[in-house]
Design a protein around this ligand. Structure first.
Ligand SMILES: [Zn+2]
Length: 302
């Protein structure tokens, strides 16, 4: 063996040691973190930049977040402008080219799901925080969870080829769990099929699509804008005329408007966890739907 061969061997050993260290994955939301943990197992070290208790449209770039992005091998985001208000400045401050758009360490999951509610034609600020690229709340459809998990497992396998088979195996387990759970959730929410439902924010269209109910209106007159007395009264009339029986709202929105609508029309109000981490005990992506189905399943009888 020549000296050159020996040093090449040392270089390869060093390289393979580095490759076998857990990948540092940073996600913008806890939902992405939970799915990554499910398919990544002990081969990944996952940190979420935001907490499921907070509205994911808003975050403040803190030094601790910049440090996480600086060290990351992979950045996962919801995309479709969900993080538009806070992620670009964070990426700029973190100065980590691995996780910039176009590089293998950057994965925008909105590119792997069929987005609903794309806006055709010009978009203006007067339309509120509408998402011209489509509605970004797509993780609330369990079928999109499969698409996200597949894309994450594939990317992990590209960044850490030595564990490709393990990522693929864990993805298959994820799919199997979903195949077992989805029919159970669907039957527990059978009473909602075809029902008209009001949402507080334009965030439950994917959930409605997955479980066969319809979101016919929102409490927010424009996404991101709190209701006025006039818009609440118009909604009240609609609820009465169309006998709409259910209003769903995330835990972090003001509850006053929903309470008022309940008092005036009798509409039932369901506070739905919208993310992993939104409430204690929701640690996995499956826990999230178990919790949602628990709340909505009890909304069956008038
Ligand atoms: Zn939104």
């Amino acid at each position: 063996m020549t000296i050159a061969n020996i040093s090449l061997g040392i270089v390869l050993l060093t390289f393979s040691f580095t490759a076998h260290a857990a990948l540092r994955v940073v996600t913008t939301t806890q939902d992405l973190a939970a799915i990554t943990e499910a398919v990544g197992g002990e081969q990944v070290k996952v940190q979420s930049l935001t907490k499921g208790t907070r509205d994911p449209h808003f975050a403040t770039a803190k030094p601790s977040m910049i440090r996480k992005v600086f060290r990351a091998n992979l950045l996962l985001l919801i995309g479709a402008d969900m993080e538009i208000g806070w992620l670009p400045p964070l990426l700029q401050s973190a100065r980590n080219s691995r996780v910039l758009p176009g590089n293998p360490g950057y994965l925008d999951l909105s590119s792997v799901v069929p987005l609903l509610g794309k806006i055709e034609g010009p978009v203006s600020r007067a339309m509120g925080d509408v998402h011209a690229k489509g509605n970004p709340h797509y993780w609330l459809d369990p079928r999109n969870g499969i698409r996200m998990a597949r894309a994450i497992a594939t990317r992990l396998g590209e960044l850490d080829p030595a564990h490709k088979d393990e990522f693929h195996h864990r993805f298959n387990v994820f799919v199997q769990t979903m195949d077992d759970k989805l029919p159970v959730w669907r039957s527990k929410l059978g009473h909602l099929r075809g029902e008209s439902v009001i949402a507080y924010h334009k965030s439950f269209v994917y959930l409605a699509d997955a479980f066969g109910f319809r979101i016919v209106d929102e409490v927010e007159p424009i996404p991101g804008i709190a209701p006025s007395a006039a818009s609440l009264n118009a909604l009240m009339t609609r609820i009465r005329n169309e006998h709409i029986g259910l209003l769903i709202i995330e835990p972090y929105y003001e509850r006053r408007s929903a309470r008022y609508l309940h008092e005036q029309t009798g509409i039932r109000v369901a506070v739905l966890p919208q993310s992993v981490g939104a409430q204690p005990g929701i640690a996995t992506y499956f826990d999230l739907f178990d919790a949602i189905v628990d709340v909505l399943g009890n909304m069956g009888d008038q």
